[in-house]
Structures are given as structure tokens and as C-alpha cells.
Write a protein that binds this ligand. Sequence first.
Ligand code: NDP
Length: 241
Amino acid sequence: MTSTRRLVVITGASSGIGAATARAFGTRGYPTLLLARRAELIEALEVPQSMARSVDVTDRAAMAAALDEARERFGEPDLLVNNAGVMPLGRVADQDPEEWRRLFDVNCLGLLTATQLVLASMVAARRGTVVNISSIAGHNVYPNHAVYSGTKFAVNAMTETMRREHAEDGVRFSVVSPGIVDTDLLVSVSDAAIKQSYEATKSRLDGGLDAETIAETIVGLYELPQDVCVREVVIAPTSQA
Ligand code: NDP
């Protein structure tokens, strides 16, 4: 290892909250494994001490291979940030069922896979942290958000269950639930009218929080002593009702 800081793994590191989190840990001297399908975007971030790999979180073998490579170079992961997510919105009556599948595959199954792949070594080390990015839509429901909200409610339930399962192993689990953040998340919305109305809400909130604010929140809860676990943070623009 080139530093005493332990390995941080971030999924969905190519843009938005994931890219900001990669920069926040990289500039603090943490070695990072940065995963997303568009590895060229991660490489362009020029995060020091980072390994960028093109990995779809729905591809277990690719994720396992990237983790093995990072372990060789940096040691065992001490923090996993399950951030990769998509938000195709729509009414259940009209939405393409392929979008439902993608939502659960990426937002839920990808998170479970990554977590399973790092848990054994964390349990063996009796330390480690998993931060799962949920959403305010994991607490509240909104029209057009049925399946997205469903995935984020599931993220909250799964995270709290895993926290209880591993509390005595010394492994921390946290959920960070942002309100509106200024990122590219809307690219996955295929319905033009829904996208437009969401954009209008965003502009009423001056675009929403900066991704850096969420990144700093993740760093803050991770850097607390290992025997302190922030179970959940809900963080939104003050003017978001
Ligand atoms: P972005 O669209 O900017 O980032 C999403 C990231 O997820 C990208 O890096 C993308 O990388 C990655 N991703 C998507 N699908 C896959 C996949 N199959 N495999 C690997 N990576 C994937 O949006 P945000 O930064 O806003 O989103 C990050 C998280 O924050 C999501 O979980 C989202 O639900 C959550 N969130 C966002 C809010 C907001 O207002 N922006 C509010 C609440 C929660 P690539 O395309 O290169 O694979």
C-alpha cells in the first residue's frame, strides 16, 4: 500500500455524486477503485491513486475481477459506496417493463452484489463501512416514481437489515438519502413530459444541492470513529418541501 489509508470502492463513479465522491476521497489520500460503465469518464477525473474499471454493476463476474485487481494493488476494501443508480420515471400503467427490470437490477441487485463481494473480508477484519445511496424517494412517494421509489424503499430496508446482521461483526452500514441534487440522473427518463416537469422543479430549487455536498457527507460519516455508525442521513435543499 502506498498510504495508510484503506481502499474505498465507489460504484457509479463516472458522473454526479459518484464522481464528486471519488474526488473527495482521492484528494484526501485514499486509494480508490472507481467503477462505472464509462471508464473513460472516470479516468478523465484524474483522481490520484485510483483504479478505474469499466464495470456494469449487474455483471457480478466483472465486479469481482475488478475488486480482485484492486485488492492486489491496495489491500482489502474498507469502504464501499453503492452509488450507481438509474431513475427512469413513469406511471406503472404506461412504463416499459424493461425499465422496471433495469431499475431493480441496477439500484437493488447491483448494490447487493457489490456488498456481498466485500463483506467477507470486512467481517474477517472486524471493520468496514458500506454506504448505500438511497433517496428522499425512499421515504416519500410521488406520482411517476412508483418503481424508482420501490427500489429506494428496498435500499433502505436492505441496508438496515444488513446493519443489524453485521453490527456485532464491527461492520457499519449507512444510508444517505438525498433530495434533489444537480446531476445527470434525468438522462434515464425517457418520457419527455415527465423530464420537463422534473427540470422545472429542479430550477425552482436553483438546480438542487451540489454533488460535492453529498460527497462531503459521505466522507464525514466514514471518518467518524469505527465504533460510531451514522445509520441514516436525509439531506435536501432547504427549500425542497
Ligand atoms: P448520475 O446519472 O450523474 O450518476 C449515476 C451513476 O450511476 C453514473 O456514474 C452511471 O455510470 C452509474 N450507473 C448507472 N447504471 C450503471 C450500471 N448498470 N453499472 C454501473 N454503473 C451504473 O446521477 P446521480 O449522481 O444523481 O446518481 C447517483 C445516485 O444518487 C443514484 O443512486 C441516484 O438514485 C441517487 N440520487 C440522486 C438524486 C438526484 O437528485 N440527483 C437524488 C436522490 C438520490 P455509467 O453510466 O458510466 O455506467
